[in-house]
Design a protein around this ligand. Structure first.
Ligand SMILES: *Cc1c(COP(=O)(O)O)cnc(C)c1O
Length: 219
């Protein structure tokens, strides 16, 4: 099936309030262009260098989302154009994003990543850390960032109940924080394998790669 067909098929299954981030990491420009020609404008990448190269080479009305783990020294390369950074997992990183936002005379939109999976390796805040940080004066002083929501990744497992439980936990936290954090509106959860569960549990932004572009080949 062509990228266009797969994209159209997935879009049909998404409720209107859910934003689709087409995760194009490792894929060539021609694949992104095909999705673009089918109407897709939001793309997700997980490496700053690769995203910057694609931004330079592809149409300028694409919204670029950084969905991967971000190293502080890389923020400067994407600060002028990135439309949303999903994986923000520390105050230190937020401070750097704020600094680069200031240099570029803009507010950079961010999602705070929350650790909901069982695996130790996944990045993100714990609930308590998050609640503490958003009350921290150093956080409240950052004027060149805009925290728009939360992002999370469920455990990589076939156990649908566990995935559901983890997404539900994040949705509850999202609802709870809404009253403390102005502008909290995006809940980014769900990938190719679990986005239907995520939407049922309250996600309004899904990050889908392989179901659109096919399996990735890391070589
Ligand atoms: C790669 C990636 C995705 C997309 O994964 P698929 O299973 O290919 O849909 C989603 N979110 C993050 C953070 C990723 O790194």
């Amino acid at each position: 099936m062509s990228i266009e067909k797969k994209l159209t098929k997935i879009k049909k299954t998404l409720p209107e309030h859910v934003t689709l981030v087409a995760v194009s990491k490792t894929k060539p420009n021609s694949d992104l262009q095909e999705a673009y020609d089918a109407g897709q404008r939001v793309f997700g990448e997980n490496k700053v260098q690769e995203m910057t190269r694609k931004w330079e080479e592809l149409p300028k009305d694409i919204q670029w989302h950084m969905i991967g783990h971000v190293q502080r020294n890389k923020v400067k390369y994407m600060a002028s154009f990135v439309s949303l950074i999903h994986g923000v997992d520390s105050l230190k990183l937020l401070k750097e994003i704020n600094k680069q936002g200031k240099k570029n005379d803009r507010k950079i939109s961010c999602l705070l990543q929350v650790h909901i999976a069982e695996e130790e390796t996944k990045f993100g805040f714990d609930e308590n850390e998050l609640v503490e940080m958003i009350q921290d004066q150093a956080f409240l002083e950052l004027k060149n960032i805009e925290v728009q929501g939360l992002m999370g990744m469920a455990t990589f497992t076939d156990d649908k109940n566990q995935v559901k439980k983890e997404f539900n936990t994040l949705h509850n936290l999202f609802q709870k924080l809404k009253s403390n954090l102005d502008g909290l509106k995006i809940l980014s959860m769900g990938m190719s394998g679990d986005y239907q569960i995520a939407i049922a549990e309250g996600s309004n932004m899904v990050r889908i790669g392989s179901s659109i572009f096919g399996a990735r080949n890391y070589s």
